[in-house]
Design a binder for this molecule. Structure first.
Ligand code: XMP
Length: 321
């Protein structure tokens, strides 16, 4: 029978076997998968692991702090942080095309990561790279499923061939719910284990149009409200993911306060899913939607309209880009 403890024992042994006394690095994205993969490798080889967190400035409110403080406190992992927000935002300036955004982010991510790896290599010879690849990632990135090239996911198969590391992928056979059970068993903080999936390119693919610091602020504020209200409703765990999307190039007329407003819409995209390959829009209670809508239009002055996405996947994808 499947138990988290059993899988952990098995993987710890496999990791020790593969790595020996070699040095290992692991990129943390802020998501569950890389967090659990790193914790597992840390359990196996302790101090031979160094984690790298590239803060690309495209995370949601509070997420970078969650990695830099809470995760380190819970695990004792050695963390190297790359502050790369300015680099990413400059590279994204003027870009609206979704695939273009993904390619730029993928490229900048590799540059930042390789830079960090070079710095670390000065102190220790690194032979291994941990990836939090899950079974559905393996399938969706070219394992023959029809969805292979719909979007360029930047964390799978996106690393250059000349990267001088051997891969350690302890989650390759697992599904998300199994990874969460491993996370709990490994003692990771609940908010991190139950965090909804979040795409590597972050908020950049939830701003429809060019990504600017000001637009990121607007989306962060709206997204924070949606997440807070979902948590208050107690429905966090029945929703797979809850993207909030800013239609930054669209404006509509409204009345806010004493006068006319000409602001931007945000779209709420709560979905239910087993593995993100297919999804349905979540039938959230109207009161929850209403509360989110009222709060966003009251508290985020740039947003004067809130829409609900009622499209399943297919034909829609979960993210808008
Ligand atoms: P779509 O939008 O294709 O998304 O239905 C399926 C799942 O994948 C996430 N996603 C990504 N995750 N890097 C990631 O790590 C990416 O480039 C990426 N693009 C989409 C998305 O949030 C959903 O969970």
């Amino acid at each position: 029978t499947w138990t988290a403890a059993g899988i952990i024992d098995e993987q710890v042994a496999a990791i020790r076997q593969q790595v020996g006394d070699g040095q290992v690095i692991c990129g943390l994205s802020g998501g569950v998968d890389s967090a659990v993969a790193a914790a597992l490798v840390h359990r196996a080889i302790g101090d031979q692991l160094t984690c790298v967190f590239v803060d690309h400035g495209l995370l949601r409110a509070g997420e970078a702090e969650q990695v830099e403080k809470d995760y380190v406190a819970a695990t004792g992992i050695r963390l190297h942080v790359v502050e790369a927000a300015d680099t990413f935002l400059s590279a994204l300036a003027g870009v609206s095309d979704p695939e273009q955004k993904r390619k730029i982010i993928g490229r900048e991510f590799i540059r930042s990561f390789e830079g960090a790896a070079r710095e670390l290599a000065a102190e220790r010879h690194i032979e291994f790279l941990v990836q939090g690849t899950l079974y559905p990632d393996v399938v969706e990135s070219g394992g023959g499923s029809g969805t292979a090239n719909i979007k360029s996911h930047h964390n799978v198969g996106g690393l250059p061939d000349d990267l001088a590391f051997q891969l350690v992928e302890p989650l390759r056979t697992l599904f998300k719910d199994e990874v969460r059970r491993l996370g709990v068993e490994l003692g990771l903080p609940e908010p991190m284990v139950w965090r909804h999936p979040f795409p590597g390119p972050g908020l950049a693919i939830r701003i429809i149009g060019e990504v600017t610091p000001q637009r990121l602020e607007v989306l962060r504020a709206a997204d924070r409200i949606a997440r807070e209200e979902l948590t208050v409703s107690g429905l966090d765990r029945s929703v797979w993911q809850f993207p909030v999307v800013l239609l930054a190039d669209v404006r509509s007329v409204g009345v806010q306060g004493d006068g006319r407003s000409y602001g931007h819409p945000v779209v709420l995209r709560p979905v239910s899913s087993e593995d993100a390959m297919t999804a349905d829009w979540s039938r959230l209670p109207y009161e929850v939607i209403a509360k989110i809508s009222t709060r966003i239009t009251n508290e985020v002055p740039e947003v004067n309209r809130v829409a609900l996405d009622v499209t399943s996947k297919p034909p829609g994808t979960i993210e808008w880009e």
